[in-house]
Design a protein around this ligand. Sequence first.
Ligand SMILES: *Cc1c(COP(=O)(O)O)cnc(C)c1O
Length: 460
Amino acid sequence: MKQEIPYKIYLAENEIPDSWYNLRADMKNKPAPLLSPGTLQPLTAEELSGIFCKELVEQELDDTTPYIAIPEEIRNFYKMYRPAPLVRAYCLEKALGTPAHIYYKFEGNNTSGSHKLNSAIAQAYYAKKQGLKGVTTETGAGQWGTALSMACAYLGLDCKVFMVKVSYEQKPFRREVMRTYGADVTPSPSMKTEVGRKILEAHPGTTGSLGCAISEAVEVATQNEGYRYVLGSVLNQVLLHQSVIGLEAKKALDKYGVTPDIIIGCAGGGSNLGGLIAPFMGEKLRGEKDYRIIAVEPASCPSFTRGKFAYDFCDTGMICPLAKMYTLGSGFIPSANHAGGLRFHGMSSTLSQLYHDGYMEATSVEQTSVFEAAEFFARTEGILPAPESSHAIRVAIDEALKCKETGEEKNILFGLTGTGYFDMVAYEKFNDGVMSDYIPTDEDLEKGFAGIPKFPGNEF
Ligand SMILES: *Cc1c(COP(=O)(O)O)cnc(C)c1O
């Protein structure tokens, strides 16, 4: 007899994965290595260890080990908020009148309000283990900074966060949560760093960008004894840590013999999507199973769907390693009316390679349609979703509506990466009917592409 599937599939505490899964081990075409911006040669572990913690450098460069054990201390921290529930969206299905079965993995059940805590605790742990004093980072809307502050507070590490100035001013609550957890929060660009002073001189009155905050955080880490830089997305190590999302989701679905037909995730730098799809993509890469995998990005920041696959800088100051990825150019900044997050100009090099090789699809959606989906979801499933997560909700709903037309009973899995309590200014705009869409023109994008470095082998 077929088992009735509950609203929430909970795993037991001892079912939290004991290893992360390293997707790269199963990729035939490995993601391209990080290059030194000076020599254009692949960066060695030694060079990278000036910026990142030693063990994280090893994870960053490891293309071959499929499973990496999760240290006991990190698993213990995970127990505070994991396993995360896998929810069967019965109410949403009913409201849509779709024969599709919709599942979502909910990662918003912790104070940071997102999946970012999964990697924050790992990165803070390795910094502590190395005997460092603290870590530096950037944050945009503030989820990553909050997650890192929580992890650092737990381990007794100093945490210096450069927060994009416009968010620092417009999101005072997020800023205060970070300070409550003991972080030192600076609006970026700032006068504290050389790169910040340079950017302020060139663009007085700028409200900042992620790329600029990254440059400042890296400068502080490399110039202060006992500090390293940590990053909340994009890097291979972050995708590795986020694989707990997919491993748990797969374990929960396997309990009920459910195989997803379509897996959907929003994509900013690619960490939640990379984590959610990891074990499924592994099966696909090994030729064991096939899944349709869809990355969803904002139409106003379309790195996968309209970007170039090339080596590019990860930051505005051009001091970070070069990564080969789908990029809009490190100078690209989404238009001022963009409110839904996912605003980084590049994309994880692992996901970029997989997309380039045809293992996944990507689509872009406009923000008013994203907030319509968010509102519908909040009213049916009860959870107030983060605008970022709502990109995935939009496409999950669209796919479920297609099933309604065809009568297909597909299984749809999507990542609900977080909650939107701190995004009420964006919701307010939507509720007041003053939210608008802006899709960059080809000319707008050309300006960003012009900043992609040109060197032999980097034609695009
Ligand atoms: C940061 C964030 C994202 C996007 O980052 P990825 O690295 O692409 O996963 C998505 N959802 C939420 C709630 C976030 O905080």
